[in-house]
Design a protein around this ligand. Sequence first.
Ligand code: NAP
Length: 382
Amino acid sequence: MKVAVLGFGTVGVGVYGMLAEAAGLEPGPVLVRPGKENEPFKVSSIEAIVNDPAVGAVAEVIGGVEPAYTYACAALRAGKHFVTSNKALVAAKGVALNKLAREQGVAFLFSAACGGGVPFLHNLALARESDEILSLGGILNGTTNYMLDAMQRLGLDYADVLADAQRLGYAEADPTADVSGLDALRKIMLACAVAYDRLPVEGLLNEGIESITAADVAHFQSRGYTCRLVVSGGKNADGGVSAYVEPVLLRVGAPECSVLENYNMARYEGKCSGSIVLMGQGAGRWPTASAVLRDLSGILRGERYMFSEACAEGAADNSGSVHGYYVRLPAALAGEFEAESVETDGEIARLVTAPLSVQAMHETVKKLRAEGASVFFAAIRQ
Ligand SMILES: NC(=O)c1ccc[n+]([C@@H]2O[C@H](COP(=O)([O-])OP(=O)(O)OC[C@H]3O[C@@H](n4cnc5c(N)ncnc54)[C@H](OP(=O)(O)O)[C@@H]3O)[C@@H](O)[C@H]2O)c1
């Protein structure tokens, strides 16, 4: 099967290189921007690809919602299988693309969009066929994991580890999507859609790591905790789904604590299988390209969809998920929370809250920040 590649950046170069070696697949034309067609296989018009009868599949590795969505629709309408590594595209337009691909009888697969080289969605899609998925979670953003790990192991402050992550190519010049938790949130959206037929697009909560300080890390390290940015999702008792991202304090020895540097760890809990954990490189040219190739090879074996026919957009409900939290905030605001313990250090208070819902925690902190307070919080898992 001849595969056209849209985009020739970090992942695109990897996909094109792997296609030359893969059994049953061959590299086709590569879409680049006008003026960049400096090699015979590069073209700058999507029509040249979708109108080429020799092209059987299109792999989109441009990123962003547009023009990726327009190109995806054009490829599917032309009867080409469509594979993407683009989580922003699938989070925004996945349900529409799933419908269009099914109408056209061609594949829509996106393993690389969640977990890079870690075959999370692929395994989840298989597992939900035979088991009930009770919960989902893990560490799905390598940039923030690198930063939290470096803060803890090297005692560095936030600005220093962010600069290091940018120098090493783990963080982009604009790191907002990573450090705010948005990148990880998009991944748990996709995992919920695969596991529960519901792509949550409202009611989502994401707290990132922008407000963590070296003093916070030293504080919970001295008490035997490690901090990680963790995604969580699950099926609620009423059939709805929860989906949120927040920093979590884990007891040393928890599986997440062994995830170092920019690695990812994805986890699901099956009713019968119990807890399944997958760990590996969540990003990078070759790990990500390998996931794109896994989908393309899967098409040759008859794989077609990761979302079921019933998959629809919906809202997340995080009011039933309850934790105790570590909170650092101005001492004058300590009374905002029902606390199990409070330590005051000058104008700063560090407290452990009584259990409260994820929804209530995120909303309270949002309100305090809107009033100008500097606050960091992390859920506590024993
Ligand atoms: N990098 C990773 O480790 C990784 C891991 C998992 C998933 N992903 C996802 O994979 C996708 C690609 O990521 P990447 O890291 O490869 O990005 P990248 O290095 O920025 O590559 C994107 C490429 O697409 C090209 N492009 C942008 N708009 C285009 C257009 N309209 N027509 C033709 N080409 C266009 C860009 O060209 P210009 O340079 O000319 O703008 C660039 O060469 C993203 O959705 C990302 O989230 C990446």
